[in-house]
Design a protein around this ligand. Sequence first.
Ligand code: GLV
Ligand code: MN
Ligand code: MN
Length: 398
Amino acid sequence: MSSLRADLEAAARIGADERGGVSRFAWTSELAQANAWLMERLAELGLATELDPAGNVLGRWESGEGKAVLLGSHLDTVPNGGRFDGALGVLAALDVVRRLQADGVEPHRPVWVVSFNDEEGARFQTGMLGSRAFCGECDLDDWGGRGVPEAMAEAGQDFVRLTEARGVDEVGAYLELHIEQGPVLERSGVDLGVVTAITGILGFRVRFLGEANHAGTTPMEHRRDALAGAARAVLALRDAARERDDMTANVGVISAEPGGFNVVPGAAELTIDVRSPSPERYAGLEPFVRETLTAIAAEEGLGLELAETHRKPPVALDPDLQDALEKAARDEGATTLRMPSGAGHDAMVLAHHVPAAMLFVPSRGGLSHTPDEFTPLGQCELGARTLARAVRALVESP
Ligand code: GLV
Ligand code: MN
Ligand code: MN
């Protein structure tokens, strides 16, 4: 069995949930187990391992001089997620080191492997907390109010030390292999995607406030039904995004209070995730969401609380590294497509600090963030070989 396949299978068993998927969230015992497993694999290859103050796992192959080439992705998942999102990038990074060592390569500069903590942000609607801390973008005021300090303390880490996770200053380039998470490569029959840019993401937590009352006696025209406001918000955002080709909108979490079948909902909470790859459209998303929800609340006679939870602007990836990945793919005999990413990635944080690039392998049926996420082993290995070839070129040239 290939090493990459064995690693993918081993990682998928850690945090396997009862619905056939994988659930590994930041600072839980499942992620801690995956991190410990990874650190053992890194140590086997002779790398110096560390769990940094933000919960990122680092493996350092200290060789040569200068700034490191950093390779990796994340091992945390969405609830009931798949086996490939994030994990493939981390395990491919491990595979690259293994391949270079087997080929007797002595890098002229350090090669580091990373598994960033909390990329998905599933637990606290944070997102990319690990890579942001690694890049010195700590938002302690914001994260402190969300349960992060308590979760970190339970996991034996100290919230106030998050700023010490800054490691980007020693990095010269970042490369991330990832599944596409969409249908483009499969539909076009192309082997690999070279990512040109990553979409901008904006998140909110919303609360509509109405009046709980009796479901049978309260006249329909006198109700202040908070869930009706939330339902209208879901559809208004969806319809706006459907009218444009440079915007997506999603409400993934919704709840009503007090939650009785015969009680008019007095409050309703929802999350909003809106995205755009266009800087102009992205700049307009926040006022658009605010105005849309304010109008709905007014029409429904509801109060409104709207809090921004995360803001990650669109970013272009490094043109020279894109060329390097494309050349490596060509030398592997693979076909490539330059394409934007509609998913968020740690690379979008790193790209604001160092040259960063991403390589995509196809996702069967375009499925991701579900247990059905799948990429055949041959395509995963082609991605890892291409990454290894590109890294070799970067570390063999002085
Ligand atoms: C991460 O997977 C995201 O795009 O939200
Ligand atoms: Mn994901
Ligand atoms: Mn991912």
